[in-house]
Design a protein around this ligand. Structure first.
Ligand SMILES: N[C@@H](CCC(=O)N[C@@H](CS)C(=O)NCC(=O)O)C(=O)O
Length: 339
């Protein structure tokens, strides 16, 4: 009985401590700090989002969010290439701390699989790519077609749903790896290849003759792509979420990778002061030091800079911002305030 009372009072003391500091220790964060490395699951080969550069280092839009989070925590980052099928077991088993990998936020992944999505980094939708000389102009022309698709994805499910809903006949050829999906499509064993429109644009750049193919105009699904971590460690997920939000807010505020240090010294915008650790306790509140956001922005720049560097008009992908513009520029990017 005494033991029980002791245990209860220790628990209360711990709770009191928690509520006084407002911060519950994150187990994942402790593990990451101890090993000095954030382990991030990414796509194996999706140019612009995650692919190896000439030095064998992963570069891209998705990998930059891992880099930003590692900079905020002040650790190195290691990338783990994972196929659609491999990604969830790798996160569940602890092989990786998080995924930043063209992964759609869905209810079953959130609940049944036990994950927590942090914030949407890219609003996407599913599309189709076909050969220009096929005569196919619209998804409706694909009745009876053979379509190549990556298994273990929302893509596979949406494809079947779409054809069923529209009473169209489908022959789906599924493979685990998107490189195999692409080469099978290129060898003309399928009439179309389907995937997130962003990934199709990426895959098109590495086809033998990119100009021989076109992405159909229809988008058949919503694919809000978001980094995620395991259920049970909200504090670590908060770090992912607020680093992403800071990177979006930095764009709103006209901050850049190049000027962030100067802004930190000169700004009189109270939100920027809180975000960059000049005032308040935002860093301590998520278990980091005051310069967490400053380091993240210095490492990779703002959302706009990341987008333009890897996906924008001056890159092989040449993608417009579209839905991924800031909310006050007609897009969907709307980060909650740092206050
Ligand atoms: N957003 C979808 C698709 C994700 C995805 O990554 N699909 C393809 C690329 S379109 C893939 O799995 N690629 C594996 C690879 O790169 O080998 C999902 O979350 O299921």
């Amino acid at each position: 009985m005494k033991k029980l009372i002791l245990a209860v009072s220790v628990t209360f003391a711990a709770l009191a401590l928690l509520s006084s500091t407002g911060f519950a220790a994150s187990k994942t964060l402790e593990v990451i700090k101890k090993r000095g490395e954030l382990r991030c699951g990414v796509n194996p080969n999706t140019p612009g989002y995650a692919s190896l550069d000439s030095r064998g280092v992963y570069q891209g839009f998705d990998t930059d969010f891992c880099r930003a989070i590692a900079a905020a925590i002040q650790v190195d980052v290691k990338f783990f290439p994972l196929t659609g099928k491999e990604r969830f077991p790798a996160l569940q088993s602890g092989e990786v701390d998080m995924l930043s990998r063209r992964t759609t936020w869905t209810m079953s992944r959130d609940t049944r699989l036990g994950f927590q999505f942090a914030a949407v980094t890219y609003y996407d939708g599913q599309g189709f790519i076909v050969r220009k000389n096929s005569g196919i102009k619209s998804v409706k022309d694909l009745d009876g077609a053979t379509v190549c698709v990556v298994t273990g994805t929302t893509t596979e499910l949406n494809l079947a749903d779409y054809f069923r809903r529209n009473n169209m006949k489908l022959k789906a050829l599924t493979f685990e790896n998107s490189d195999v999906v692409r080469s099978t499509y290129e060898s003309e064993r399928c009439d179309a290849m389907t995937g997130d429109a962003s990934s199709l644009a990426a895959n098109k750049t590495i086809m033998k003759d990119p100009r021989a193919h076109m992405i159909l105009p229809e988008i058949i699904s919503k694919e809000p792509l978001a980094p995620l971590s395991r259920h049970g460690d909200n504090e670590f997920n908060d770090i992912i979420r607020w680093v992403i939000n800071a990177i979006i807010i930095a764009e709103e505020k006209g901050i850049t990778k190049a000027n962030v240090e100067r802004v930190a010294k000169t700004t009189n915008d109270p939100e920027v002061q809180r975000m960059l650790g000049i005032t308040g306790s935002m860093g301590a509140d998520i278990g980091l030091d005051p310069k967490w956001a400053l380091r993240a922005i210095k490492a990779v720049g703002t959302y706009g800079e990341i987008f333009e560097r890897h996906l924008g008009m001056n890159t092989p992908l040449g993608l417009p911002r579209g839905y991924n513009r800031l909310w006050d520029k007609g897009g969907l990017l709307y980060a909650p305030p740092i206050r």
